[in-house]
Design a protein around this ligand. Structure first.
Ligand SMILES: C[S@@+](CC[C@H](N)C(=O)[O-])C[C@H]1O[C@@H](n2cnc3c(N)ncnc32)[C@H](O)[C@@H]1O
Length: 202
């Protein structure tokens, strides 16, 4: 990955954060509880908003992102441990976490289906899974525009795809969606789901 993206990530996000994304993060993270897993935590933009949870284990494979997130982890209201790892191969036991969180990350993870299978494995049955993601639009022209822009966008923005059907991927992975809330004309979705699984049949 180019080093410019992690270095400039916070500055690029700041105008969007101010225009509403920060409030979306705050509302979403209020629903986290217990022992929390956050995938692709980046520079730790979510960390200040964890309040009523026991602890957070955050993972991200990019060393510079992890390094930049450390200060936010130290200043958080709850214990936050950050580890370098990929969502497709989570270094955790089965059924460990009470909540999973992923914001603006399934667009970038190289194999989102594998990552979702891993989240299912490490989360307890019934655990809430809280996502905030940008997705491919259903509008025929705009969807195709996103398809067309993705190859260049991916190279500029560290592997980020503009055109993933993330809601469908989450549902196909076996999560039961409970809330799907569109933002910014449906480009962004808050997706809340439940890890429906039978502990005997994983
Ligand atoms: C757009 S940033 C989002 C960061 C943060 N979640 C946020 O809301 O600001 C995408 C993050 O996904 C991370 N990422 C890339 N590949 C990943 C993988 N295989 N597993 C987990 N995270 C990954 C990147 O390093 C980056 O920090």
């Amino acid at each position: 990955m180019g080093k410019w993206f992690p270095r400039w990530y916070d500055a690029l996000m700041e105008p969007l954060e101010r225009r509403g994304i920060r409030n979306i993060r705050i509302r979403l993270l209020q629903k986290a509880w217990g022992n929390v897993l956050e995938i692709g935590s980046g520079t730790g933009l979510n960390f200040p908003y964890y309040e009523q949870v026991e602890q957070v284990t955050a993972i991200d494979p990019e060393p510079l992102m992890v390094k930049q997130s450390m200060q936010r982890a130290e200043q958080a209201h709850v214990p936050i441990r950050v580890r370098r790892a990929e969502a497709e191969a989570l270094p955790f036991a089965d059924n460990l976490f009470d909540t999973a969180v992923g914001t603006l990350v399934l667009c970038t993870v190289p194999d989102p289906n594998k990552a979702l299978a891993e989240i299912r494995r490490v989360c307890k049955p019934g655990a809430p899974v809280l996502f905030f993601e940008h997705v491919r639009l259903e509008h025929p022209l705009l969807g195709r525009l996103q398809d067309g822009l993705t190859p260049v966008w991916k190279r500029l923005c560290d592997g980020c795809h503009l055109n993933r059907n993330t809601l469908e991927q989450i549902q196909r992975a076996g999560f039961k969606t409970t809330v799907v809330e569109p933002h910014y004309k449906g480009i962004f979705l808050v997706i809340e789901a439940v890890n429906e699984k039978d502990i005997g049949k994983q």
